[in-house]
Design a protein around this ligand. Structure first.
Ligand code: ADP
Length: 918
């Protein structure tokens, strides 16, 4: 381990002139690279200049001096928290790749020039929304730009002034405003030279992007160099450096706390919503496939650049005096060890991070200001004449250049106003919360059709105002607009409205607090207002084009809008914006496509749409539309009408969908009808069967009655004995007929009856005993031993007394009648089984054959066993009994024959009250 000589921190101090000269040299290199990039682009030989690598490196403009210097400072102050700034974007690039792809696709198809342009285009190309987004972007970016100025100035002071050597005189007591001013001026010049070379804001700035990619490499190289120096020169490798870490530094207690989550979310949002990120990721994207590379390469870059943050922080805390500013460790560590070259490299790294951010931010912001503020104003002012060719171009260039200066000036002013605050990271986060306000309308615009311009405007405005009040203005600590007393006690002493504890939400981290209120209200108002006010036709159309960007081609718009214009008029407009040469090119190319001779194409819908997008690439969608509308005559079908048509189409679609549903229902009904019909047919067949069975059953006794009656009639001299016999048969047959009719009617009633029977509580044993008593006579007559064992005495069941007895009678008489055993015996047994009252009737006859068991309960099934008196029954008894048991909520079943003899029938019923003797 090495320490500064003599233990006293004597700092290597580089001469201001040397540092200045090196910086100038570096800037000259940047100029050269940018120049080369532009030259190659003009010659159409981009090669490496338009590669996924350059694209990815340009996205790393995300890592500003805040990350370069500030990450170490943040690690010293708040431990591992700095990691969130890298994890947020990593999550977006890896997990939300589809969102970025949609943005890039929309950017390319609709020739989007900035995030303000995207939001305003999506919501019907309105100007006020674009102005609001521009305003938020500027106010949000200003602290960020100030931060870069501050970082460069401070680092310059440190490297040329031997910074921390004297603890009594803090470095930041007196920031060098003059230097900051000249740095800002220098950046303005660079941006103007390479950022506004071309007015087509949508055309890529190859030169600038190349320079920024170089800067990305320099800052990465510088940070890794310092890191390696700390780990392998000051210490003997990673394990030693981490062993020196003070206990608080690696503290991970905070991980996944509210602040941690808020910061990750903020960083994720920022990498999408920051105007400069939008510029490099969407506007400067030349090929959608580059995004694919960036999705893994950019997270890798972030990993590399964050790798040495902790070692450098530990090194600074270990080797530098306590007064040293942690935000400058990256620079002061090599200085303390007398490593001039390394210190210079570190300085250049920080310088690169700052300049690249400022340059891209200025390009993005100046495009917004000139396209959405200056141009719409100029178009309205009667005294701004824009008749000649290229007038608009000139105006645009002037306004863009002025905006660049203005944006930098604002940054400078903020720098002066907030110079007292020492922490770099805090300022960066303020900007993050500001631009996070774009998120609801941006995401809503990409996925929610109902999202409307009014909703987006109201939401953005609310979020912006809350951000101003709760975070931005308090950051001046009383120096600007809000006095300290208001910050501490609330306006007019109302503590409920205190900026940092709004609506009584106390004890929260100010950042989490501000993000919570601003984004919640922003989203809520956006959603509610969108739901209340329907989007206008153009908004709806644009919304559909944006949401379905992967499905609908951009010129779909032309299909909807009927517009006519004179080609000449259009040419004049194009000429004013694009300049004669480009306008001529655009027109003749299109004329060629249409197959029209000359350079003027037919000014049909398609061409007007194409031209509008072409112009939007320079002046933004809102202005382009305004300018085209000046010469477009008679939109023969108004958008409202169009929308009506669209609505009607929608209605037709809805109607056909309803029809579809109906026809589906009809199909179902038809199926049900078919099934019912089938059932009816079956029933009909059953009825026929039944009728034929009944008539057959009736005919047999009728026939014998008729024939015996006939015989009696025809034979008047028949002897008395014979006459008696014949009359006996007639009587018997008519009794049988009556019984048969009774049973048929009974069964028909049982089957047809819909109403439930009225059941009464009865004593089951009593009913059974009576039935057995009735059968005693028959049993004695047939020499059958009838045995009765009542093991469920006193059981109360719910039943219909007569009907239950009818079942008992039927079972017992069958058992007596069909018992062919020489020593016939019938056993009736009642018992409680599984909580149910059961009665089984068993005989020792021949039983029921296996093949008959299935149909035994069907109507008219009988006669497989001869009854003892030789007379067959009706075959209805068991069918009736089964029906009765169903209606009594009970069961009747034929139990399996155990040893091959005898039939065993069993009924069971739910018990009301158990027998006490169970
Ligand atoms: P029926 O007794 O009026 O013919 P059932 O429906 O009561 O009508 O009986 C149907 C047929 O089942 C009888 O004809 C008989 O062949 C047979 N059967 C009923 N009970 C017994 C039994 N205990 N043993 C043998 N056969 C039986």
């Amino acid at each position: 381990m090495r320490r500064p000589d003599g233990g006293c921190p004597v700092c290597a101090m580089l001469s201001a002139n040397l540092v200045f000269a090196v910086s100038l040299g570096y800037v000259a290199l940047l100029f050269f690279v940018a120049y080369l990039g532009d030259k190659r682009a003009r010659a159409g030989q981009l090669g490496l200049f338009q590669s996924p690598l350059i694209y990815t490196l340009s996205i790393s403009v995300y890592c500003t001096s805040w990350t370069f210097y500030g990450a170490v400072g943040s690690a010293v102050r708040s431990g591992m928290e700095f990691i969130t700034i890298y994890t947020g974007p990593t999550i977006v690039f890896i997990g939300f790749w589809f969102l970025l792809r949609k943005l890039v696709r929309i950017g390319r198809v609709h020739r989007i020039t900035s995030i303000a342009d995207l939001i305003s285009s999506r919501y019907g190309k309105g100007e006020s929304l674009a102005v609001l987004v521009t305003l938020i972007a500027i106010v949000g970016s200003t602290p960020y730009i100030a931060l870069q100025l501050k970082a460069v100035t401070t680092s310059f002071q440190v490297i040329s002034g031997g910074g921390f050597a004297d603890p009594d005189q803090p470095v930041f007591a007196d920031p060098d405003y003059t230097m900051a001013f000249w740095i800002a001026a220098g950046m303005a010049v660079f941006t103007i030279v390479f950022g506004t070379r071309n007015i087509d804001a949508n055309e890529r700035h190859h030169g600038v992007v190349a320079a920024i990619a170089l800067e990305a490499l320099v800052k990465l190289f510088a940070l890794i160099a310092v890191g390696l120096f700390v780990v392998f020169y000051l210490a003997d490798g990673p394990s030693e450096i981490f062993s020196m870490a003070p206990p608080g530094l690696l503290n991970t207690e905070e991980v996944f706390g509210p602040r941690w989550i808020t910061l990750t979310f903020l960083a994720a949002t920022a990498v999408i919503c920051l105007p400069r990120q939008f510029q490099v990721t969407v506007v400067e994207n030349a090929d959608e496939r580059h995004l694919y590379t960036a999705s893994w390469m950019f997270p890798l870059y972030l990993l590399l650049i964050s790798l040495f943050v902790l070692p450098i922080a530990i090194g600074g805390l270990t080797f530098l005096p306590e007064t040293a500013n942690p935000d400058m460790f990256v620079l002061t560590l090599p200085m303390a060890m007398n490593q001039d070259l390394l210190a210079l490299i570190a300085f250049l790294g920080g310088f690169s991070s700052a300049t690249s951010m400022v340059i891209v931010a200025c390009i993005a912001l100046s495009t917004m200001v000139s396209n959405h503020v200056v141009m719409p104003l100029a178009l309205r002012l009667p005294w701004v004449e824009m008749k000649a060719s290229g007038d608009v171009r000139r105006l645009l260039l002037i306004s863009r250049r002025t905006s660049i200066c203005l944006v930098l000036l604002l940054g400078f002013v903020y720098f002066r106003l907030s110079a007292k605050s020492d922490a770099l990271a805090a300022i960066g986060l303020i900007a993050f919360v500001g631009v996070a306000q774009f998120l609801p309308s941006l995401i809503g615009g990409l996925y929610w059709r109902q999202a409307s311009a009014k909703g987006a405007f109201a939401g953005l405005l609310a979020g912006f105002l809350i951000w101003l009040y709760t975070l931005f203005l308090p950051s001046f600590e009383g120096a600007f607009l809000i006095p300290l007393s208001v910050i501490e006690n609330g306006p007019w002493g109302i503590s409920f409205l205190r900026p940092e504890a709004l609506f009584g939400l106390e004890g929260m981290d100010p950042l989490v607090h501000a993000l919570f209120w601003s984004l919640c209200l922003n989203t809520l108002i956006f959603v509610i207002v969108s739901l209340i006010f329907d989007p206008k036709p153009l908004e709806r159309l644009q919304g559909a084009l944006f949401i379905d960007v992967f499905r609908t081609p951009a010129d779909n718009e032309a299909r909807f809008i009927r517009r006519y214009a004179a080609s000449n008029d259009l040419f004049v407009v194009a000429q004013r914006i694009l300049g004669t040469e480009s306008a001529y090119r655009v027109f003749s190319e299109f004329a060629q496509n249409q197959g029209v001779a000359g350079h003027l194409p037919r000014a049909d819908d398609e061409f007007i749409g194409h031209l509008e997008r072409e112009l939007a690439g320079s002046v933004g969608a809102a202005t382009a539309r305004a300018m085209i509308l000046q010469v477009v005559k008679g939109e023969t079908i108004s958008l409202d009408e169009l929308m009506k048509i669209v609505d009607e189409t929608q209605q037709v679609i809805d109607y056909s969908r309803q029809l579809e549903v109906k026809s589906h229902q009809l199909q179902q009904t038809a199926r049900q009808l078919r099934e019912a019909n089938e059932r009816l047919k079956q029933l009909d067949v059953q009825k026929d069967d039944f009728l034929s069975q009944v008539s057959h059953e009736l005919r047999t006794p009728m026939t014998s009655i008729r024939s015996f009656a006939q015989i009696l009639l025809d034979t008047p001299d028949m002897d008395e004995k014979e006459t008696k016999r014949f009359t006996g048969i007639i009587l018997e047959e008519s009794q049988r007929l009556t019984r048969l009719l009774d049973e048929i009617l009974d069964l028909a009633r049982l089957e047809g009856e819909q109403i439930d029977w009225e059941l009464h509580e009865i004593d089951a044993s009593e009913a059974l005993e009576r039935a057995i008593a009735t059968c005693q006579g028959l049993a004695a007559q047939s020499n059958v031993t009838l045995e009765f064992r009542d093991e469920a005495k006193g059981t109360i069941i719910e039943a219909d007394d007569d009907r239950l007895r009818q079942v008992f009678l039927n079972l017992i008489t069958n058992a007596i009648k069909y018992n062919s055993s020489p020593a016939p015996k019938v056993t009736v047994l009642s018992a409680i089984e599984n909580g149910r009252y059961c009665v089984s009737v068993e005989d020792n006859g021949a039983g029921i054959r296996a093949e008959d068991r299935e149909r035994i309960f069907q109507k008219f099934s009988r006669g497989w066993r001869q009854s003892k008196d030789g007379r067959s029954g009706t075959g209805l008894g068991l069918a009736i009994s089964w029906q009765i048991m169903q209606r009594l909520r009970g069961d009747l079943e034929l139990l399996p024959q155990e040893d091959g003899t005898g039939a065993r029938f069993k009924i069971s019923l739910p018990c009301k009250e158990r027998a006490a003797a169970e």
